[in-house]
Ligand binder design. Structure first.
Ligand SMILES: Cc1cc2nc3c(=O)[nH]c(=O)nc-3n(C[C@H](O)[C@H](O)[C@H](O)COP(=O)(O)OP(=O)(O)OC[C@H]3O[C@@H](n4cnc5c(N)ncnc54)[C@H](O)[C@@H]3O)c2cc1C
Length: 405
């Protein structure tokens, strides 16, 4: 069969890999100049590894993608990095039951309540009930007001903005259930990993058109004519991996400022720092080189200053200097010694559709894999449920839809 796949993110790459293994003739259409989608990376001549535009890692139980890595012979690095939270001017390491037990910003009763509920979610399977209640209501009731206000509310409000009260417990459950203390990372970076899949695809004679925008398709004598901005293709089947507007699923975007520094920013070796302060202009600081070796990046320290924002946010129209100036005073609250002159390079990346909002009725809005047009399939980020979206699920969905076809 001749199959066109729209989008060369990890869903499209997996589909192309699996279907080409079955002997189908595959064409991938990608609007960007390389594969990788939201996990796309960039490189510099002096770097040994590529770096993601937006911070990325895997959990040790992300089996679909870890198995794919094994299958194609790509090395994976596993590390236990430090996760901390910035609260009222202090950094607290909160990444284990013991760390929670000694967390002094909550009373011992609230710490125990929080710990017991987190443990219950961790061991619980997915329950339909989790779709009937919001995370906010559940946390306030079971972990207590203090736990909600100190630990969770700042994260929900910074991540989901005006929608923070709507997020279903199913989303929170998935986050707790899947989190592992150790994290994995593909050696060489996610781009190197995507490029390895692309090489496998080339061996299978898969055609990839980069910088090419899918526009529409028409049915014609049992086949499809697919139109891009550059050509027309005649194919038997079409698989769309880009989110569908007509589902009514709201998506939020992400902005990441990436700083290449002469010195570490988080000197206590924290990899992931949540910022639990509604007044902070960003959500998290992720020091990649407290996770992966800085020697892969010419001995520079690589730091992401990350934000999730509705696409109406005025930060999208700001340039890198303006964003740095907005962030700088708060960066100084975290590290008072931090000065602009330790920044060697900086980069700004914006992704307008980064994360679906899992609110009431989400499971009913999920588009089916098989669309109502026979021969047209959907395999995209909106269908990742109840798990929180991630490259692991891109691979899982790619595997599923390939099997279906
Ligand atoms: C800030 C951030 C942090 C993240 N952190 C992690 C993490 O730590 N771990 C993890 O596993 N995942 C993480 N993710 C999620 C992960 O990146 C995605 O879930 C995954 O990459 C989705 O893959 P996909 O192929 O389904 O979609 P996408 O990656 O969105 O791929 C879709 C592709 O379609 C292309 N496209 C769009 N429109 C067209 C068109 N009209 N014509 C042709 N091509 C088109 C796009 O350019 C893109 O390449 C993160 C995402 C973000 C934004």
């Amino acid at each position: 069969m001749i199959i066109a796949i729209i989008g060369a993110g990890f869903t499209g790459l997996t589909l192309a890999y699996r279907l080409s293994q079955k002997g189908h003739q595959i064409t991938l259409i990608e609007s960007e100049n390389k594969a990788g989608g939201l996990a796309v990376g960039f490189s510099k001549k002096v770097w040994k590894w590529t770096l993601e535009k937006h911070y990325h890692h895997w959990f040790t139980n992300d089996y679909s993608i870890l198995n794919l890595a094994k299958e194609i012979g790509h090395k994976v690095v596993t590390v236990r990095p430090k996760t901390s939270t910035f609260i009222k001017g202090e950094i607290y390491q909160i990444d284990s039951p013991f760390a929670l037990l000694i967390f002094s910003k909550l009373s011992i009763i609230d710490r125990l309540r929080t710990g017991i509920i987190l443990f219950s979610l961790k061991i619980s399977p997915f329950l339909k009930l989790y779709e009937k209640v919001t995370s906010e209501k559940f946390i306030r009731f079971f972990m207590g007001e203090k736990s909600w206000n100190v630990l969770w509310k700042p994260l929900f409000t910074k991540k989901f903005g005006v929608d923070y009260k709507k997020i279903l417990l199913s989303w929170f459950w998935a986050r707790i259930k899947k989190r592992t203390p150790s994290l994995c990372y593909p050696a060489g970076g996610f781009q190197k990993f995507a490029d390895r899949i692309v090489n496998k695809l080339k061996q299978k004679k898969v055609i990839i058109y980069y910088n090419e925008l899918f526009q529409k398709f028409k049915k014609k004598s049992g086949k499809f004519v697919l139109f891009t901005n550059k050509r027309q293709l005649i194919v038997d089947k079409i698989i769309n991996t880009i989110p569908l507007k007509e589902t009514g699923i709201k998506m939020i975007g992400a902005i990441n400022l990436v700083l290449e520094l002469k010195e570490p920013f988080l000197k206590d070796n924290t990899y992931w720092l949540n910022i639990n302060d509604a007044n902070s202009p960003f959500l998290a600081v992720v020091e990649h080189t407290n996770f992966m070796d800085k020697r892969n990046y010419n001995n520079r320290h690589v730091v992401y200053v990350g934000n999730y924002l509705d696409k109406s946010s005025n930060l999208y129209s700001k340039n890198i200097e303006e964003i740095l100036d907005i962030y700088l005073p708060y960066l100084n609250k975290i590290n008072p010694d931090f000065k602009k002159n330790v920044i060697v390079n900086k980069y700004l990346f914006k992704a307008p559709f980064a994360q679906p909002i899992v609110s009431n009725g989400y499971s009913k809005k999920i588009p089916p894999f098989v669309s109502e047009i026979a021969g047209v399939y959907n395999a995209n980020i909106q269908q990742v449920y109840p798990w929180d979206r991630g490259t692991n699920y891109a691979v899982e969905i790619g595997n599923k839809v390939a099997k279906l076809i």
